[in-house]
Design a protein around this ligand. Structure first.
Ligand SMILES: Nc1ncnc2c1ncn2[C@@H]1O[C@H](COP(=O)(O)OP(=O)(O)OP(=O)(O)O)[C@@H](O)[C@H]1O
Length: 334
């Protein structure tokens, strides 16, 4: 488990202080993946640097397995840092060393004897699906395979926390999917707390248990992925399930309907139309499955004569949330 408590990072001196992280609080429990998302300049890179204490936060704490790392001197900090494995966008492999030699490096620095090193390296390469690639050099591996070697190296010292900073950015969709599957496996098998920092919204759906949105140095939204996807008011949910404004047809009001639970009946549209005594027109839909649960939304054309409260109630009973669709202007698209 890793806890960030009131983490603050400022640059410069008064009166020209820039506050990049602003009393940020975030907890990632063991055996779970939290994705931190946010626009460019929100403070994601600074957060990653402060978590490993490569940059010292101005105030606040980074607590790993109950120990506050910010209070430690350099030598004890070096030791404590072993509990945090890191993977970055660039795999950071040494080009003149083979996959096995790269994975071995942290063990070498720690003075592990050769026989134990060999055994552990074989175990790690096997864990990341590269058992037959030990003697390959980085240029003989694909981008996804190089990132796997980076993950094996990050795991060498048996960390309890994994920090992935833009770890899949720049990889093709297939390689990204294989890395996210690997991270989910490591979460489950090793009980890792994984902090997955990314600007790629699509990847979040594949990897995150919880989504935390960083804005101006603070976590402004922090909720389980399914809740975010099912919250019609969530900016992250809206970005993950993009909404398009639909032009209203004559006599129809455009409504948006969001899935809120798993018990939505398959015939919700026809059964609600029947109950309300009006035909509801399906204008568009974006529905999918995430972690075995249905999420998404549909856009409906609703006759003006239909009572809004009755419509909302009919949908609520079916596990859906209905609201009049925002206009293009409200969606910030014009
Ligand atoms: N050493 C520094 N001195 C002053 N300001 C800095 C320093 N490092 C970062 N900043 C500022 O902190 C803010 C956040 O930067 P950071 O790189 O953490 O954002 P980010 O979310 O990672 O952005 P991106 O996705 O574009 O990489 C920016 O406004 C940046 O200019």
């Amino acid at each position: 488990m890793i806890e960030l408590r009131h983490l603050t990072k400022t640059y410069g001196d008064a009166p020209h202080v820039t506050t990049v992280l602003d009393r940020l609080d975030l907890t990632v429990p063991a055996g779970s993946i939290t994705a931190v998302v946010g626009p460019s300049g929100a403070g994601k890179s600074t957060l990653a640097q402060c978590v490993t204490l490569l940059t010292r936060p101005t105030s606040g704490s980074v607590v790993v397995a109950g120990q506050d790392l910010t209070g430690l001197g350099e030598s004890r900090l070096r030791e404590a840092r072993r509990r945090i494995g890191t993977i970055f966008q660039s795999d950071g492999l040494q080009t003149r060393r083979t996959a096995a030699q790269n994975v071995e490096l942290p063990l070498r620095y720690l003075g592990v004897v050769p026989r134990d090193r060999r055994r552990r390296v074989a175990e790690l390469l096997d864990r990341v699906g590269l058992a037959g690639f030990a003697d390959r050099y980085p240029h003989e591996l694909s981008g996804g395979q190089r990132q796997r070697v980076g993950i094996a190296r990050a795991l060498a010292l048996r960390p309890t926390v994994l920090l992935a900073d833009e770890a899949t950015s720049g990889l093709d969709p297939q390689a990204t999917a294989s890395i996210t599957a690997l991270l989910r496996g490591l979460r489950d098998d090793l009980g890792l707390a994984i902090l997955f920092i990314t600007h790629e919204m699509d990847t979040i759906v594949d990897v995150a248990d919880t989504v935390a949105r960083l804005d101006h140095g603070r976590i402004v939204e922090n909720a389980p992925l399914l809740d975010v996807l099912r919250d019609p008011g969530s900016p992250v949910g809206a970005a993950l399930l993009p909404r398009r404004p639909v032009a209203a047809s004559a006599g129809l009001v455009v409504w948006e309907v969001h899935y809120r639970g798993d018990d939505v009946p398959a015939d919700w549209l026809t059964s609600a139309s029947r109950e309300l005594g009006h035909d509801l027109a399906l204008l568009g839909a974006s529905v999918g499955t995430v972690a075995g649960s249905t999420v998404g939304h549909a856009t409906l054309g609703v006759p003006r004569a239909l009572d809004a409260a009755a419509l909302r109630a009919a949908f609520t009973r079916r596990g859906l949330h209905a609201q009049v669709a925002p206009t293009a202007r409200e969606l910030d698209l014009v």
